[in-house]
Design a protein around this ligand. Structure first.
Ligand code: GYE
Length: 343
């Protein structure tokens, strides 16, 4: 009997630990807004790699409070296996609904089947998944909430081409023939954000054959790695050839700006820089005239996540994906927009 008790305790501790990994649980009375009971959501976030991610996490936690949803929040520290452990623990705990941001697109087939078999609805937040050939994510994921990564990057191309044609950098303008050399800092390899933004950029830039990519490397969506990679490029013999830097998020652009300054070049003038997200740090860099433009990607997804969860659990109709509506900012409108920015 004693042995059995000990074994049970160990099991309970282990499953609680899996839910953890930096997890936290909020409880309390009352019912969830829009429901006749209080619901439990297991939520697997990928980490805290960027200003964007922190804003997203804060938004989800605040919305859970507002809706009175019991949130079991787990931080995966960028590791897919940690996400799997957390999700399996959510299944064991029989949560009402699961929310998660897949760190990379592939490798989710088995666990999504497990969630489906358990009859738990799942909301995919910010990044999408790619399943094995022939399978549709709509058959495994109840709703997706996030941005269109492809169109964001297409907007970045349009901004760059327009700026290079009308203004240019300190060395050249785009006359349709002059070669414009690009360096690209990519996000986490294999993540929905990296895959989509690379695809959108490649498709759109192909329309302008005088734009050539001379550097392309991942900076994992972090400032530190954006800076390191740019530092290496600034030391290479081709450093002087870089006309444009496209960073797949603001944090990497901000890190790269430090490296460009350290190399004695003027970011925003010698090298035109465009990134994606529109976080506060990007606005600061635009006001310093070091970052030229940022394409907005809205991280404040919490209210939409909770609202959708309630609708799903109430068996109300939902739209599988309502794309976020987003703007873009540069030196012409950043200052006016700054005071009303929320992240
Ligand atoms: O742009 C970046 C973050 O997946 C859209 O991930 C998200 C991206 C965002 O770390 O800053």
């Amino acid at each position: 009997m004693k042995k059995l008790l000990v074994a049970l305790l160990v099991l309970a501790a282990a499953s609680y630990g899996f839910a953890g990994g930096g997890g936290q649980q909020s409880s309390g009375g009352g019912v969830t807004k829009g429901m006749d009971r209080k619901i439990v959501m297991g939520y697997s976030q990928i980490g805290a790699e960027s200003e964007w991610r922190t804003a997203c996490t804060n938004s989800v936690k605040a919305a859970a409070e507002e809706y009175n949803v019991e949130l079991i929040f787990s931080d995966a520290q960028q590791r897919q296996e940690n996400q799997m452990q957390a999700i399996r623990s959510f299944i064991r705990q029989k949560v009402d609904i699961i929310g998660f941001t897949p760190v990379v697109e592939t490798g989710w087939d088995a666990i999504l089947q497990e969630i489906k078999d358990a009859g738990i609805p799942v909301i995919c937040v910010d990044r999408q998944v790619t399943l094995a050939a022939g399978k549709r994510q709509e058959d495994y994921i109840t709703a997706f909430i996030g941005s269109n990564m492809i169109t964001e990057a297409q907007k970045a191309v349009q901004w760059v081409v327009n700026y290079m044609k009308t203004t240019g950098n300190s060395k050249k303008k785009d006359d349709g023939k002059t070669v414009i050399n690009i360096a690209i800092l990519e996000g986490t390899t294999g993540s929905g954000a990296q895959v989509g933004r690379t695809e959108g950029w490649n498709q759109e830039i192909a329309k302008y054959p005088n734009y050539k990519t001379i550097f392309r490397q991942t900076g994992n969506f972090t400032r530190a790695e954006g800076q390191q990679v740019m530092e290496a490029w600034m030391k290479s013999p081709q450093a002087n050839d870089i006309d444009v830097l496209f960073a797949q998020n603001d944090d990497m652009a901000i890190g790269a700006i430090d490296a460009i300054n350290a190399a004695g070049k003027k970011p925003g003038t010698d090298i035109i820089i465009v990134s994606i997200d529109a976080v506060k740090g990007a606005f600061d860099a635009m006001l310093r005239k070091e970052l030229n433009a940022t394409i907005e990607c809205n991280p404040l997804l919490g209210p939409q996540v909770m609202d959708t969860a309630v609708k799903i659990l109430n068996k109300q109709p939902i739209t599988w994906w309502v794309e976020s509506v987003e703007g873009q900012f540069d030196w012409t409108n950043a200052e006016a927009a700054y005071p009303s920015r929320q992240y």
